[in-house]
Design a protein around this ligand. Structure first.
Ligand SMILES: NC(=O)c1ccc[n+]([C@@H]2O[C@H](COP(=O)([O-])OP(=O)(O)OC[C@H]3O[C@@H](n4cnc5c(N)ncnc54)[C@H](O)[C@@H]3O)[C@@H](O)[C@H]2O)c1
Ligand SMILES: [Zn+2]
Length: 680
């Protein structure tokens, strides 16, 4: 054949096989391998290919068929009347088009006056599985799943276990053959309970109520089905014969009759006219959806008059007289046009997907997060891919996964940027971290607010009154670009900020001025170098004694400082390697910031000793004691290790004391420390 070597024909075959595989998993195994959105995207792609090449459509194409082949472990039942699917509509325009098709069809058939609007019966689209139940002379004879639409699985014994399915029809005058059709489903609450039980017993849990209902009904042992909380709701019929009374004339009256025969109907039914009526029903159901006891995935509109239904007839897999109006999916597919990176307040670099605009979860989405570089690799997302995008509730939309089946030949892999897109500083990523970060902490505009707030905090420069609201304004006004700019602010300028009187402005300027006389350790901490917390800053200050010495320190020297390992030293080296950061520090010294170096003690009594302070000391605060130790040449560390020389324990000392005992580290009290310091 000619089409054999056509790449499009090959793609078409591959798609059909892929879809068949998923039909099998979904309809037969009740265990879908992919989300419905993903499945719908594959189906959509196949429809597009077939529309372009109608000559390639074969009767066995998934677009022409319903469901999956019946499971062979069940006996099969041939449907007297085929069980079909429903056409789908997603937007108002689809509904308008549906109504126009119906209206035109009925006018052509002479069933609708020129000025008349079509009447529709509106129902919920229950998210379970379709079942046909046949009654002979009023008694349940057999029941079958939809299967491939022509032949279904015999689930008679299982259907009999469902309490809401009558074993015998109610009333006197009954048809000799009557087939009811409807949905078997599981209430949300029942589904949650079932999954808890399954989990507790170490058995399979279901992904959603639909699959739980399908899996429970399609059991070879009806005793298992009997234990599952299944429900049945009627919405249609198959063969009806041997009935002496006239049949109802409308769909709504048919439903009313089913109710009399003993079948439960789903709530929220309504007969409406025209597009307006259908859309109003849709909006109403959208509002009550969350309060329904079961899952629905949309609503169904059916032409109400049965004569009109008959005149309209069927296409291959669905009736022309009905349509399912589906709710906006939380997941949809779209094209990934590109990947950009964003810099967060803390310098974290987030890759962001630029998408072909798509309507999902009720809004149009053009961007979605890809979290980080590893996620992109793990999901194997490539630029040019068709991807599944998810948006549930108020969360940020995210790219769930690509559809490799639809990957174009020119799809490209993402390459992480090496320089910050905001400030140009190097991007760093530590081996044990997922996130890449901009290393221009002091300089990067994206991180300005955060880094100034950090520098002003109590344990850093301790600038009272410099809170988030003020920092926001200072940065947004463009008055403060870097830390040093704080020291250039005047009272007059600050008075220009919202709700800032002269007095508070003066206080703030004084607080900023006062912070020029800062201990070296606090200034180091204020720089916001990654992994340099308060304690490390103190260790660095006491070891190097000056900012210049720290900035010039080699890796080897840094590693000599207590508890500075390769990660911390690397972070310090990279920070000072950035020219931008060096400039900010030079600027700080220029505007008059004078870090106070700790006075080295005369005799270096405690040199070479590392102390850990824990618990409440009788007279000194831990900070005071730490300062005294450092002034005597000792080091203070936050955690106990074999390298610790002494643990100074006060009242209520906890795990650190225990650790010291385990490791055999000397434990002393405040008095002993005082003596070592030569203070008593
Ligand atoms: N994830 C997967 O791998 C996978 C595989 C196959 C199918 N699917 C999903 O199944 C869908 C196709 O399934 P489908 O062919 O059953 O179509 P459908 O579920 O979109 O619509 C037809 C079905 O709706 C049900 N229904 C509920 N309320 C109804 C009412 N009031 N009146 C009439 N019918 C009502 C019936 O069971 C009927 O068979 C796909 O769009 C996809 O979402 C997913
Ligand atoms: Zn940056």
């Amino acid at each position: 054949m000619v089409i054999k070597h056509d790449p499009e024909a090959q793609a078409l075959q591959a798609l059909r096989n892929e879809i068949r595989k998923h039909d099998q998993a979904y309809y037969v195994q009740d265990a879908p391998l992919i989300s419905d959105a993903q499945y719908d995207a594959l189906m959509h792609e196949l429809q597009k290919l077939e529309a372009a090449h109608p000559e390639w459509i074969t009767p066995d194409s998934p677009t022409q068929r319903v469901g999956g082949a019946p499971l062979s472990s069940f006996a099969s039942i041939r449907h007297a009347v085929p069980m079909l699917s429903l056409g789908n509509a997603f937007e108002e325009a689809d509904i308008t088009a549906f109504d126009k098709r119906v209206t035109d069809g009925l006018r052509d058939a002479g069933l609708l006056g020129l000025a008349d609007m079509v009447e529709y019966n509106c129902e919920l689209k229950l998210d379970g599985l379709a079942i046909g139940i046949r009654y002979e002379n009023g008694v349940l004879a057999h029941a079958a799943t939809r299967g491939d639409g022509q032949t279904g699985e015999d689930v008679t014994s299982n259907i009999r276990t469902i309490a809401s399915v009558p074993l015998r029809l109610q009333g006197e005058n009954l048809p000799s053959v009557f087939e009811i059709r409807g949905e078997v489903l599981m209430n949300r609450q029942d589904f949650i309970k079932l999954n808890q039980q399954q989990d507790a017993r170490g058995e399979k849990v279901f992904v959603n109520p639909r699959n739980a209902a399908a899996g429970s009904l399609r059991q070879l042992d009806p005793r298992i089905t009997a234990k599952r909380p299944l429900r049945f709701f009627a919405y249609g019929w198959g063969e009806i014969s041997g009935f002496t009374s006239p049949l109802p004339l409308t769909h709504a009256d048919m439903l009313a009759w089913f109710s009399q025969l003993g079948f439960p109907l789903a709530q929220e039914r309504r007969v409406v006219k025209g597009v307006h009526g259908m859309l109003e029903f849709y909006r109403h159901v959208s509002r009550v959806r969350a309060s329904l006891p079961y899952e629905i995935d949309g609503v169904v509109y059916k032409v109400n008059h049965l004569a009109a239904q008959q005149a309209l007839g069927f296409v291959s897999r669905a009736p022309r007289f009905a349509v399912a109006h589906k709710f906006p999916a939380k997941e949809v597919s779209t094209k990934l046009l590109g990947i950009e990176v964003q810099v967060g307040r803390t310098g974290a670099i987030t890759p962001v997907a630029r998408l072909q605009p798509v309507f999902v979860g009720g809004v149009t989405v053009t961007n979605a997060t890809l979290h980080n570089e590893d996620e992109i690799r793990r999901k194997d997302v490539r630029i040019g891919d068709t991807v599944i995008v998810r948006r549930a509730g108020d969360v940020i939309p995210e790219v769930v996964r690509p559809l490799p089946e639809l990957r174009p030949a020119d799809a490209r892999e993402f390459v992480m940027v090496t320089a910050c897109p905001v400030c140009g500083s190097a991007i760093e990523r530590l081996p044990d971290e997922a996130v890449s970060r901009c290393s221009g902490g002091l300089f990067c505009a994206a991180q300005r607010k955060q880094s100034i707030l950090h520098a002003a905090s109590r344990k850093a420069l301790d600038i009272e009154g410099l809170g988030e609201k003020i920092v926001d304004q200072l940065v947004d006004q463009g008055w403060v670009h870097s830390l040093a700019d704080l020291y250039r602010l005047s009272v007059e300028k600050i008075m220009g900020l919202e709700r800032m009187g002269r007095k508070s402005a003066e206080n703030l300027v004084n607080a900023i001025e006062k912070s020029k006389q800062v201990e070296l350790s606090r200034l180091i901490y204020a720089l916001g170098i990654r992994h340099v917390g308060e304690t490390t800053a103190r260790d660095l200050a006491s070891y190097f004694g000056s900012m210049t010495a720290l900035m010039q320190a080699s890796e080897e020297e840094l590693l000599k400082v207590t508890e500075v390992g390769p990660v911390v030293s690397g972070s310090i080296r990279r920070f000072f390697a950035e020219q931008h950061n060096q400039d900010v520090i030079a600027d700080l010294l220029q505007v008059g910031v004078q870090p106070k170096q700790l006075e080295k003690s005369q005799n270096d009594t405690l040199a070479g000793n590392t102390f850990v302070l824990t618990g409440t000391l009788p007279t000194w605060s831990r900070e005071e004691a730490g300062k005294l130790i450092m002034e005597a040449g000792g080091k203070v560390s936050g955690s106990v290790s074999k390298k610790t020389s002494y643990v100074v324990a006060g009242d209520d000392a906890g795990s650190k004391l225990e650790k010291a005992r385990q490791l055999g580290v000397n434990v002393i009290d405040e008095d002993q420390l005082r003596r070592m310091l030569g203070l008593s």
